[in-house]
Design a protein around this ligand. Structure first.
Ligand SMILES: Nc1ncnc2c1ncn2[C@@H]1O[C@H](COP(=O)(O)OP(=O)(O)O)[C@@H](O)[C@H]1O
Ligand SMILES: [Mg+2]
Length: 293
């Protein structure tokens, strides 16, 4: 209950920012257009309410509530085993694919419960894409086909359109310049960091609204990590990003909002700077100052 009260002011504040950011502009001919939003805090994209999840008799998430602001990066951090991966896998209904897995509570996307009986899990996973911890390009496919696979599966055959989407997605994944002359090469032949950016390009090719990333840089060197982080800064202009990281420096660098999980509970959630510089909970402070973890 107490947790909910702490989240509420943040939500209200971001709604105000949205109103301010979307002032109407009047053109010379008298027509009006929505001005480009100025801030990154633009209302709520996903609303998670009392989420409980686990495996068989083991409860991993014990009632987590978070409002994920749209077009921003929200980091989920916490010690190993606290439920970060389970949490984001609940956000696009991938968790339930594990035998014995259960989910209770609500996960709203634009106000609609993705767990409602009528909701289509396949459609939801298209709207809420995912990049996994270990890069997993389709090993037998070329770079081009890796990115185009989702569209082809949806029946798109127009070569020009496919070319355009592949180029745009690889540009957004910050990979285009490195692969544009060898799109027919196998995706598996790329370096680990390039493979992960290929997976990002593949995920955005189907134009999701939300991008979930589970420690996307944990297996990468600092240079490759920096490229992924650079891509995220661009991607959040269009997408809502939720990233799991156990790397606090990474959260501080890329995230607008940070949630701290401990033993399956949300301890604290707030703007990243506030959470790191002025944590409200002693447990958060002890974690960020390296007292445990
Ligand atoms: N497939 C599974 N079956 C049973 N327990 C699991 C499974 N996957 C994860 N767990 C358990 O759930 C808890 C949370 O795991 P996870 O969500 O992966 O945490 P994190 O990503 O924070 O390290 C851990 O105790 C882990 O052992
Ligand atoms: Mg994990």
């Amino acid at each position: 209950m107490e947790m909910q009260e702490e989240i509420e002011p943040l939500r209200v504040r971001t709604m105000e920012t949205e109103k301010m950011g979307q002032t109407k502009a009047t053109a010379a001919d008298g027509s009006t257009a929505q001005a480009e939003p100025t801030g990154f805090a633009l209302g709520t994209k996903m609303s998670i309410k009392r989420l409980e999840a686990g495996f068989g008799k083991s409860m991993v998430l014990k009632g987590v509530s978070i409002e994920v602001p749209q077009r921003s990066v929200t980091a989920i951090m916490g010690p190993s085993g606290c439920g970060k991966t389970t949490f984001i896998r609940c956000l696009n209904r991938i968790h339930e694919l594990t035998p014995g897995a259960f989910v209770r509570g609500e996960v709203l996307l634009d106000g609609e419960d993705i767990y409602a009986p009528r909701a289509d899990p396949v459609a939801i996973r298209r709207r809420i894409g995912m990049v996994f911890q270990k890069p997993n390009p389709f090993p037998t496919m070329s770079i081009y086909d890796n990115v185009a696979a989702g569209l082809k599966l949806n029946g798109v055959k127009d070569r020009k359109l496919l070319d355009e989407v592949v180029e745009r997605s690889l540009k957004m994944g910050f990979l285009w310049d490195e692969v544009k002359d060898e799109l027919r090469k196998s995706g598996a032949a790329l370096s680990g960091g390039q493979q992960q950016r290929l997976c990002i390009a593949r995920a955005i090719a189907v134009q999701p609204e939300v991008l979930l990333m589970d420690e996307p840089a944990s297996a990468l060197d600092p240079t490759a990590t920096a490229k992924i982080e650079e891509a995220m800064v661009e991607l959040k202009k269009q997408y809502t990003i939720v990233i799991v990281t156990h790397n606090m420096q990474q959260a501080a660098r890329v995230a607008d909002y940070t949630a701290f999980f401990y033993l399956g509970e949300l301890v604290e959630f707030g703007e990243t700077a506030q959470l790191f510089e002025n944590p409200k909970k002693e447990l958060t402070e002890r974690y960020i100052t390296g007292k445990f973890g």
